[in-house]
Design a protein around this ligand. Structure first.
Ligand code: PMP
Length: 289
């Protein structure tokens, strides 16, 4: 039994629907041995998947990038996710779908093994949307060096760098980290970071140094729709220090303000006007699903 999860929830593993507590993979699964796999996290609002098409497209891109050979169409991925959602205890609740594919099980050897089937796993768990305190009081963050590899655009399960970054935040008593490579902002431990200066919304370019979140284009579009100028460009540590507003986006955090950074207030030390517009737009889109 695993603490903190519903051990009776039904998950998908390699063609079968099983109780979470009964779903097992081999110790020789390359996901376990090498972190040789990729994943997705998709939010479901009142039973309705949000931006599923984009999540499946990113999953397909990740699979291609790491050369895991699995010939599933978008419809097949959808059917698998819908199978898990249909078996959820509360299918109409807010849920988080986790999908993972590893290269499969084989004798331990770095080289790709021939003739094995990828391991495919999918589960849905309850998802609590960010509450009033986080939305209205905001979050705190510190800066840390980005020590990860150079293929951060792949949504790989090899997340040790991200795990260490997140723990650095916890150890410092803050909510999140902003990672910097060669003096320029990359992203948070598991979120994209946004900077506002003089009414302009900015984010680092979506290249190999960050994971392009599904909320990356979405937030940029919400900004454009609201008449807020958006720029994707390199952002230096000095610019972050003097930002008017900082915010983050991810599937689970949606969009949240960062109001304390390296022990200083960001702007007025409370959620700013650009955040408020984007937060309200985000909520409207969710409500209209
Ligand atoms: N960057 C990293 C490193 C992440 O882990 C995530 C969340 N999976 C994101 C950005 C945000 O991506 P999304 O908006 O798709 O949740």
């Amino acid at each position: 039994m695993i603490a903190g999860v519903d051990n009776n929830s039904i998950v998908y593993l390699n063609g079968e629907y099983l109780r979470l507590a009964d779903a097992k993979v081999s110790v020789l699964d390359r996901g376990f041995v090498f972190g040789d796999g990729i994943y997705e996290v998709v939010p479901i609002y009142n039973g309705k998947p949000f931006r599923m098409h984009q999540h499946i497209a990113r999953l397909q891109r990740s699979l291609q990038s790491v050369r895991i050979d699995i010939e599933y169409t978008e419809a097949q991925w959808m059917a698998l996710v819908e199978g898990v959602l249909a078996r959820a205890e509360q299918p109409q609740a807010n849920l988080m779908v986790y999908l993972q594919v590893t290269r499969g099980v084989a004798k331990r050897d770095h080289a790709f093994p021939a003739g094995i089937e990828p391991t495919v796993f999918c589960m849905a768990s309850p998802f609590a949307r960010p509450g009033t305190a986080q939305r209205e009081r905001g979050l705190s963050a510190i800066s840390v060096p980005d020590t990860r590899w150079l293929l951060c655009h792949i949504k790989s399960v090899s997340l040790l760098g991200n795990v260490l970054a997140k723990q650095a935040a916890i150890d410092a008593g803050v909510d999140e980290v902003l990672q910097f490579r060669d003096g320029f902002l990359t992203e948070g431990s598991s979120c994209n970071i946004w900077v506002v200066k003089n009414g302009v919304l900015m984010a680092p370019e979506a290249n190999h140094l960050i994971l392009e979140g599904i909320r990356y284009r979405f937030l940029a579009q919400l900004a454009r729709d609201a008449g807020i100028p958006f720029q994707a460009r390199p952002i230096s540590a000095e610019e972050v220090n003097v930002a008017d507003e900082l915010m983050l986006t991810s599937a689970t955090k949606e969009v949240l303000p960062i109001v304390q950074y390296n022990g200083n207030s960001v702007g007025a030390g409370k959620p700013g006007p650009v955040y408020s517009v984007l937060r309200a737009s985000y909520d409207r889109v969710i409500e209209s699903l």
